[in-house]
Design a protein around this ligand. Structure first.
Ligand code: SAM
Length: 270
């Protein structure tokens, strides 16, 4: 398999990926903002917008790192619940026992699962600071062998995570297994820029600016060089769509974001 542009054994890749995220965990969020000029926030917002989850939905966010997707998800469903309540309750009426038990039934939950303890630790601290606690849990686990029973989740997300996984086909099988029938798989990942001018600029930025930012902000050139190389090694939009279909997902679609710098893939378990 590949670790960036190097060919390495599967065990070696997993070990090195672990080390990369252990090294960058403390600076992960700051670096994300710096490298993407804050645009990763918009990509994550688009994911939620397309997902449009309803109160009561259960989310599993794999390779969830510091929890950005899970926190956005809980914010989104709570906002939906408030809107629905305001629509359903005539003004002036307080909440009744019926409302409270309805709320319980419609309560959503999000599980952040990541192989790296350091990333989860940073995420937990961030969520505590933001005051997002209820409905959120953190689980150490490998995307290739998820520690969950079959048919558990309505939505499975993996954002900027799948290219780090050694056996992607195995991770896709696991996603299918833990989703409920009718559940949705959604993946955000760096992809292929199609416009040649943008592709040139993007290449120059990735190879010349990102490792320098990594060195200056996080004191770690190598980890960020790996990130850039791993992006180039990742299958393009069509190839990844094919992998999802081979795994058994239906209605597979993809949208390009920022000219294909990122692609959002989605598919259903039937
Ligand atoms: N999803 C987060 C986000 O969008 O900010 C974090 C993405 S970060 C670039 C990639 C994450 O994948 C890291 O936290 C890393 O530990 C995790 N990861 C790598 N290999 C994994 C595996 N086999 N199973 C689960 N997580 C993995």
């Amino acid at each position: 398999t590949h670790f960036g542009f190097e060919t390495v054994s599967e065990a070696e890749k997993a070990k090195r990926v672990y080390k990369v995220f252990e090294n960058v965990a403390q600076k992960y969020d700051v670096m994300n903002d710096a490298m993407s000029l804050g645009i990763h926030r918009l990509w994550k917002d688009v994911l939620l917008h397309v997902m449009h989850p309803q109160p009561g939905a259960r989310l599993l966010d794999v390779a969830g790192g510091t929890g950005d997707i899970a926190v956005r998800f809980l914010d989104y469903v709570r906002y939906q619940l408030e809107r629905q309540k305001r629509r359903d309750t005539p003004s002036g009426q307080g909440s009744s026992w019926q409302d409270i038990s309805d709320d319980r039934r419609r309560e959503s939950s999000a599980v952040v699962c990541d192989i790296n303890k350091e990333m989860l630790k940073m995420g937990k601290q961030k969520a505590d600071r933001m005051g997002v606690v209820s409905g959120l849990s953190w689980v150490v686990g490998d995307a290739e062998e998820l520690p969950f029973d079959d048919d558990q989740f309505d939505i499975y997300t993996i954002a900027f995570g799948i290219r780090n996984v050694t056996r992607m086909d195995q991770a896709l099988q696991e996603a299918l297994r833990v989703l409920k029938p009718g559940g949705r798989f959604m993946c955000l990942e760096f992809s292929k820029v199609t416009n040649p001018v943008l592709a040139r600029l993007y290449d120059a930025y990735s190879f010349q600016v990102i490792p320098v930012l990594g060195e200056v902000i996080a004191g770690d050139w190598k980890s960020y060089q790996y990130l850039v190389e791993s992006i180039r090694k990742f299958p393009n939009q069509q190839e990844f769509k094919g992998m999802m279909e081979d795994a058994g997902f239906y209605c597979v679609q993809h949208h390009d974001l920022t000219g294909g710098v990122v692609a959002l893939h989605s598919g259903f378990k039937l």
